[in-house]
Design a protein around this ligand. Structure first.
Ligand SMILES: C[S@@+](CC[C@H](N)C(=O)[O-])C[C@H]1O[C@@H](n2cnc3c(N)ncnc32)[C@H](O)[C@@H]1O
Length: 270
């Protein structure tokens, strides 16, 4: 109903109650297996039933979908991360490092990546090949990577200035850091944080340029921002890429920064 800002109807509550009761008829190990293996796939198929076409459903006090909508499809900010990395894919080569896991290095670098290290502070990360605390610049090794892919990480690090210095130190002269940070975005909590850190910061294109310029030099930093009022609204409500057209996602309005991408080069000969 347009103008109705209540979020949960009585019938929805009853439905949830029945679903909860039904859950307990399934034995616990099978339930866990179903949750792990099938649920994400099934939930994504359900997009067809709650795809947002009439935006009046967004007139509500809580997001249309929680967890940024990831259960229904691809996060909107990931569209922009991929656009950014595709722009600079020629830099993803040689000795490459990526934070947390190989999400983008192989995808965009392909055969040009001759060695890949996965960096993380977290001991729980089974993909980690190199333990690094980005805030501990003095302890970090120097001049080892041609490229570091550091997506959606700096906003989780309280001392992000030291983290930028560490990225600089880890790079070979001529090496490049490809960094993304969220701009307009809900506060990230719980499992969405994925690893160590807490949601501390939001950057703007301008502040990202300033912070990286202080370490890499202004002439070595290029900042690109992504988003528009439509994709921002969609993202905040947990709508997913599949609900917007490519044209709608692509349109860039500098006043609506969903994602900020930074390409920073460590000056010096290769
Ligand atoms: C949310 S993930 C982002 C990377 C992921 N590939 C992505 O694009 O979503 C952030 C990662 O940074 C790690 N991290 C947090 N603080 C760190 C620090 N001080 N030094 C190194 N890694 C850190 C976390 O453990 C986590 O693996």
């Amino acid at each position: 109903m347009p103008g109705d800002i209540r979020n949960t109807s009585a019938s929805e509550t009853t439905k949830e109650g029945w679903l909860k009761k039904l859950r307990y008829l399934i034995p616990e190990p099978l339930r866990r297996w179903l949750n792990l293996r099938l649920r994400p796939k099934i939930e994504r198929k359900l997009l067809v039933f709650d795809r947002v076409t009439d935006w009046s459903v967004l007139r509500r006090l809580t997001p249309y979908r929680g967890d940024l909508g990831g259960r229904r499809g691809k996060y909107i900010d990931r569209f922009y991360i991929e656009r950014f990395l595709a722009t600079y894919r020629d830099f993803i080569r040689g000795n490459v490092a990526e934070m947390q896991r190989d999400e983008y290095a192989s995808l965009f670098g392909g055969g040009a990546v001759t060695r890949l290290e996965i960096l993380d502070i977290s001991e729980q990360n089974e993909h980690r090949t190199m333990a690094v605390d980005l805030t501990q610049t003095a302890r970090a090794p120097e001049d080892i990577f041609d490229c570091i892919i550091c997506t959606q990480t700096l906003f989780l690090i309280q001392d992000y200035v030291s983290a930028i210095r560490t990225l600089y130190k880890l790079l070979l002269p001529g090496g490049v850091a490809l960094v993304t940070v969220p701009g307009i975005c809900p506060t990230i909590r719980g499992s969405l944080v994925a690893g160590a850190g807490e949601d501390w910061w939001r950057f703007t294109g301008r502040s990202a340029q300033l912070e990286f310029a202080q370490v890499f030099g202004n002439e070595n930093v290029v900042v690109q921002t992504y988003g528009n009022v439509l994709s921002t609204t969609a993202f905040l409500h947990g709508l997913v890429q599949e609900e917007l057209t490519e044209e709608e996602l692509e349109y860039r309005d500098a006043d609506y920064e969903v994602l900020i991408g930074v390409r920073a080069i460590k000056q010096g000969a290769r």
